[in-house]
Design a protein around this ligand. Structure first.
Ligand code: ATP
Length: 274
C-alpha cells in the first residue's frame, strides 16, 4: 500500500535553502491534499524535492510502494512544450517513459480512456505547438496520468483552465485518488477549490509547513491573515459547502492581531492523524 510521510524535508538551490523542516503525518492512499501558501512560499520546491528533482535533507517515505516504477510523478507548473509531436504521440511517449517503446493494445485503450475523460480526444492529431494554454495544461495532465503514478504531485494543474474545466479536472483527480487508491497532492491558490475538492491541506509559508489537517481546520481567518495577509473568514452555504469570504488586504497598522502564525503544525498534525 502506498503511503507518504515526509520527515524533516528541506530543499535548496545551490547554497540557498528554500524549504526547511517539513514533517508530515502519514498521508494515506485515496486522499487529495491541497498544498497552499503564497507565491514563493516553496510549494513547487517541496514537490521537486519529494520527486527527487531538487536537493535537500530529510526522508521521503513512500511505504511499500517505494520500489515500484513511477511511484512518484510530478507535473510541473510550466507545461509549455515546443516539441514537434502530436498530442497523441506525446502522451504515448509519456506512458512509455523509461520502458520499451512497443505499445500494447491495453495501453492504447488506457490512453484513449484518459484523453476521453479529460475531453481532449479531439486534440489527438494536433501538434503540441498549436494548442492554447488550457489545452496544453490538459495534455500535461494526461501525460502525467498515463504513467500510472502511485503518488501524484500536481503543481497548479488548473491555473490555465476555464471555470468549468477547473471543476471537472479537480473532481476527476478526486475520483482517481479514491478509485485507484493513490495519493494526490495539488499545489493550489484557489482556497475554495481546496475546501471543495481536497480532503486535507498543508500550508507552507517562507519554506516551512505552518499547518496540516482537514481543510476546514486549516483554512480559516487566522490562516488568511497570517499566511496570505488578507482579512476574511470561511462561511458555510445552505448545502454545507465552505467558502472563503474576503474583505481585503490585511492592514497591519490598523490591526491589534499578532502576526504570529496561529496554527501549531504539530497539534494540527495530531488532529489530522485521528
Ligand atoms: N531553480 C531555482 N533556482 C533558484 N531559486 C529558485 C529556483 N526555483 C525556485 N527558486 C526560489 O525558491 C523559492 C520558492 O519558490 P517556489 O517556486 O518553490 O515557490 P511556490 O510556492 O511554488 O510559488 P508560486 O506560488 O509563486 O508558484 C522562491 O524564492 C524562488 O525564487
Amino acid at each position: 500500500m502506498v503511503t507518504l510521510q515526509l520527515e524533516n524535508i528541506g530543499a535548496r538551490y545551490g547554497k540557498v535553502q528554500v524549504v526547511s523542516g517539513v514533517t508530515t503525518p502519514l498521508i494515506k492512499p485515496g486522499t487529495v491534499t491541497a498544498v497552499i501558501g503564497p507565491n514563493a512560499a516553496g510549494k513547487s520546491s517541496l514537490f521537486k524535492r519529494i520527486a527527487g528533482l531538487a536537493k535537500g535533507e530529510g526522508t521521503v517515505d513512500t511505504g511499500s510502494a517505494a520500489k515500484q516504477r513511477n511511484t512518484i510523478c510530478y507535473m510541473p507548473q510550466d507545461t509549455g512544450s515546443t516539441a514537434v509531436l502530436s498530442v497523441y504521440e506525446s502522451v504515448i511517449l509519456a506512458a512509455k517513459q523509461g520502458s520499451s517503446l512497443r505499445v500494447r493494445d491495453d495501453e492504447l485503450t488506457r490512453i484513449d480512456g484518459i484523453l476521453a475523460a479529460l475531453r481532449i480526444s479531439d486534440l489527438s492529431a494536433r501538434n503540441l505547438g498549436e494548442l492554447s494554454g488550457g489545452q496544453r495544461q490538459l495534455v500535461a495532465i494526461a501525460q502525467t496520468l498515463v504513467r500510472d503514478p502511485k503518488i501524484l504531485l500536481m503543481d497548479e494543474p488548473t491555473s490555465a483552465l476555464d471555470l468549468h474545466r477547473q471543476m471537472e479536472v479537480l473532481s476527476f483527480m478526486r475520483d482517481i485518488a479514491k478509485g485507484q487508491n493513490i495519493i494526490v497532492l495539488i499545489a493550489i491558490h484557489d482556497l475554495n477549490h481546496a475546501l471543495q475538492y481536497c480532503d486535507q491541506a498543508m500550508a507552507i509559508r517562507d519554506g516551512r509547513m505552518v499547518a496540516f489537517g482537514p481543510c476546514a481546520d486549516v483554512i480559516d481567518s487566522d490562516l488568511l491573515r497570517d499566511v496570505y495577509q488578507v482579512d476574511g473568514h470561511v462561511e458555510y452555504n445552505s448545502l454545507g459547502h465552505a467558502h472563503v469570504v474576503l474583505r481585503g488586504p490585511h492592514d497591519e497598522t490598523n490591526s491589534r492581531h499578532s502576526t504570529a502564525v496561529m496554527h501549531n503544525p504539530v497539534s494540527d498534525m495530531s488532529l489530522a492523524a485521528q
